[in-house]
Ligand binder design. Structure first.
Ligand SMILES: *[C@@H]1O[C@H](CO)[C@@H](O)[C@H](O)[C@H]1NC(C)=O
Length: 140
């Protein structure tokens, strides 16, 4: 009888532990965000892209017309996550913009940010409204 009780308690502990583990993994997974930058320049024009944060350098990328470059990340606990990029194509060299800033984007694009690179400039998807907004105009 005592043995059965001890066994049951052990099971309850394992069940509790499993529940915590599943909830924990779910929490981490829900916190994963995605940023993507798509080349919509047309006419077969490539872009060069170099994105980084304080901790991660995503390297120099060549993104062909119609392709996109993206990455996954989680916000840091300090609420200071920032990914910035330098973009180049025919018209501009090293155009600097923020692809994700916690302060700016945690509400606007909570699941991540999507960008479209066009001949006029860069459009960003507002995850709240579902509309593409014109964010960055190329300098003249
Ligand atoms: C554009 O990118 C493609 C594929 O990455 C490459 O083959 C091509 O040479 C590039 N074009 C130019 C003009 O750099």
């Amino acid at each position: 009888m005592l043995l059965i009780k001890a066994h049951m308690e052990g099971l309850a502990k394992i069940t509790l532990l499993t529940t915590l583990l599943v909830v924990g993994i779910g929490f981490v997974a829900a916190d994963t965000k995605h940023v993507s930058i798509k080349n919509m320049l047309g006419s077969g024009r490539n872009i060069t892209l170099h994105c980084q944060s304080r901790d991660n350098d995503l390297g120099n990328q060549n993104v062909a017309d119609g392709d996109e470059f993206g990455w996954d990340f989680s916000d840091n606990v300090f609420g200071t996550t920032l990914f910035f990029c330098d973009l180049g194509w025919q018209k501009v060299q090293n155009y600097h913009f923020d692809a994700y800033s916690f302060a700016r984007d945690t509400v606007r694009c909570y699941a991540g940010c999507s960008w479209l690179v066009s001949a006029e400039g860069i459009y960003g998807l507002n995850g709240q409204t579902g509309f593409w907004e014109f964010w960055y105009q190329w300098p003249n």
